[in-house]
Design a binder for this molecule. Structure first.
Ligand code: SME
Length: 159
């Protein structure tokens, strides 16, 4: 388990966006998404598990992830869970305490809070970034802003 106790700072968010540009480089599609989840999981201590789901028909399918363990939720119907809700609504969802949200689908016992950020391309939701944290209330409006910027980058090289 990671000893995570700090939220993302504005300075760190800027640094990570620069790192992300070089981690993605000229890659696109799956390899860009692999580089993105790996970087986010390794450089932001409060991001315990980072995944990207892709929309496939009426489901979200797990495409790329980085974290200590695999999730059993590799396919989630649109509208189900926090993931399905955010993708259907096309809006970022922040859950500060997952134990209090009836939509929450549990992946890891250690998860305390979660953020889900839709990824769009050409005005359509094509996927989403899903991050679990072992800290309660780990995600602020800064995380939202930062991850929406990451999602724009991911969407621009989606394939
Ligand atoms: N917690 C999510 C399911 C995905 S796992 O967190 C990786 C949800 O409620 O939709």
């Amino acid at each position: 388990m990671k000893a995570a106790s700090t939220r993302l700072s504005r300075e760190q968010a800027k640094e990570v966006l620069v790192k992300l540009e070089s981690a993605i480089g000229s890659s696109s599609g799956r390899s860009a998404r692999d580089a993105t989840v790996k970087l986010l999981n390794s450089v932001v201590p409060s991001y315990s598990w980072v995944g990207i789901y892709a929309v496939e028909g009426s489901d979200l399918v797990l495409d790329s992830w980085s974290g200590p363990a695999a999730t059993e939720h590799t396919r989630i119907p649109l509208g189900k869970g926090v993931c399905g809700f955010a993708a259907k609504a096309g809006k970022t969802e922040i859950v500060s305490d997952v134990s209090k949200d009836p939509r929450y689908l549990q992946c890891f016992l250690s998860t305390k809070s979660e953020i889900v950020v839709p990824i769009s391309r050409g005005g359509k939701v094509v996927g989403e970034i899903d991050i679990d944290s072992e800290q309660l209330d780990a995600f602020s409006s800064l995380d939202r802003e930062f991850l929406e910027a990451v999602a724009r980058k991911t969407g621009s090289v989606w394939d």
